[in-house]
Design a protein around this ligand. Sequence first.
Ligand SMILES: [Zn+2]
Length: 357
Amino acid sequence: MVRVRKTVKCKIIKPTELKLKHLNKENNNLQELLQLEKFGLGSLPIYNSLKKKIYSANIQQALRFYKKIKPNKEYPISFRKDLLEIRKTDNKLSKYWVKIPTKQRAGGLKLAIKSQPFLFEDYEICESKLFRKKNNWFLNLTVQKEVELNNTYDSILGLDLGQKYMGVSVMQPSALMTPKFYGKEVRGIRRKYDYIRKQLGEKKLLKEIKRFGQKEQRKVTDCLHNISNRIIEFAQTNNSVIVLGNLKGIRSSVKGRNFNKIVSNMPYLELTQMLEYKANWNGIRVIKLNERGTSHTCSKCGIEGSRPRQGVFNCSVCGLKDFNADINGAFNIGNKLSSGYILEDGATLTLPETDAI
Ligand SMILES: [Zn+2]
């Protein structure tokens, strides 16, 4: 059993004027209280009168989470999990409603939320955060469930994290799927925004730099969701276990100084984490293996081959020639997972015989 968590960003839809007023009051009072807290003004009478206007558990949550309060920063309202309630309804405005605790409305404030449809029966609500962005309100709803991961698989999906593409996947037995390439656009996005940042930096437009940074992050995150969804879909269709190299592996395949630059430029860690929780959420295992040797070994015969130029793999023993080096790497990662592989939690996988290429 593993515990899987995910956070879903839900927009609050069309709150009435009155509800909006309640929401703003709870929020403004809390922000004011946090600022007083920052300056050590907890003994002022105004602090006490503010305290009475905010739901007490919301204050406790905020003080627990926000240890260092910055001036003029607006903090999300964090709700204790036992005080949140989600309901599925037939309401026209929205199917999903959340009830949040506020001082203004006894019994809680009911708000319609826009959310991707996900099963509401088999998970538990965790602490979640409500925040304002421009003129809209959002709830970052965190949910978790205990999942029993599959122990028997029909195939292995090997994923090689690369530099040109974010990832290359192969399936073993290989007849199931042709190699697939993901996320070439991520590198392009990074380059484009690097250029913009440089231009803005010369003009010292710091606010603009920040704004473009957020825009870039959104674009990259969208790509990562898309990539991970596609990989999970293949894994589900073919009942595969997912195997990928860990970041240490990238370190060994990239020479020295370049490592930090490449890893900080490409969001491998985010992709890995996203894949892991999405896979686990669906009962699929993700195994991270050390990639050592996977870029130089021939996936067909296991002998060390050569990389005559970027992206190409040759083997003089079995004759594999002008082969895509990333695909070779992905096959090697899959090969590393032989049948009877012992997992950390003691489970043993039952896997089919693998055929390399
Ligand atoms: Zn070979």
